[in-house]
Design a protein around this ligand. Sequence first.
Ligand code: ATP
Ligand code: MG
Length: 308
Amino acid sequence: MPDQRFDRIHEFIAPLRVKPGTKVRLPRDYDPRYSADLVKKDQATDLLAQGIEWLSEFQMRLAAQDTWSLLVIFQAMDAAGKDGTIRHVMSGVNPQGVEVTSFKVPSELERDHDYLWRAALRLPARGMIGIFNRSYYEETLVVRVHPSILASQKLPKRSKGRDVWQRRFREINDWERYLTDNGTKIVKLFLNVSKEEQKGRFLDRIDEPESNWKFSASDARERQYWDDYQKAFADMLSNTSTPWAPWHVIPADRKWFMRLAAAAVILDALMEIDPKFPVPTPEARADMLKAKEELLAEDGGPAPDAGS
Ligand code: ATP
Ligand code: MG
């Protein structure tokens, strides 16, 4: 795969990356309708198809190399398009190489542990791609917007003090640094949908019988906290975009651009890992050739056509 194309991907996603140390304001700093220099869905279709093909090739090499794992984290407001993006972007990848985890309201067992515990259980093994549909970042989002959730967490009193959010940011940064240092590459995607677009998607879900199952009245009621969520997201982006695990803000109002941009960021991370097929040692290669001779000599017959 020629490197020039990879340079283009790197440039394409640069405006989406949250520079570590910058203070983000939403919606001021990131336009949910941004689409680079693409104006129509058709322009993105071929690019996405190409991206999906490359993702599949990279996944194969990642598995073969068996050294790095890739963790992709999705965070967003409801109806921003997490599920659809995961479905489209990963559609060409070998299902054996990917594990998707959707994090819900913590169970009793999960509440009996520290908040990173359930995420640690679902981390991808070397060679694997792990996708977190929501994540431990909820601990700085929904838990921050609704103080009653923090109040009900089974924490020591002093762990619920005013410094709790800064402390969580630090803990998360430290943990992600540790994971990165030990072979887990982390990609963090915030799908940035506008309030108006979310309303339109909720209305579509109500009006289209086949989408009714996706609608939840409580999601719609959560809109009254929109501004609080925007603030919590902005603070999360400002405090946890690090050199080792930067956030990317993916414009989500145009689904076709969101999918293309998400694929590009994931590809860029895989390009950075640049996994290679392992080369056998001379001894292993000699063994292989010996095995080949034995296979060909079986029954003295001719070699069958290799299956595909
Ligand atoms: P869908 O798009 O299918 O509705 P979803 O991700 O919204 O998917 P739900 O079961 O509807 O899935 O919602 C999960 C809920 O769990 C969200 O409201 C989220 O805020 C909440 N949640 C996730 N993690 C935590 C957490 N650590 N503490 C409290 N609530 C959490
Ligand atoms: Mg939901």
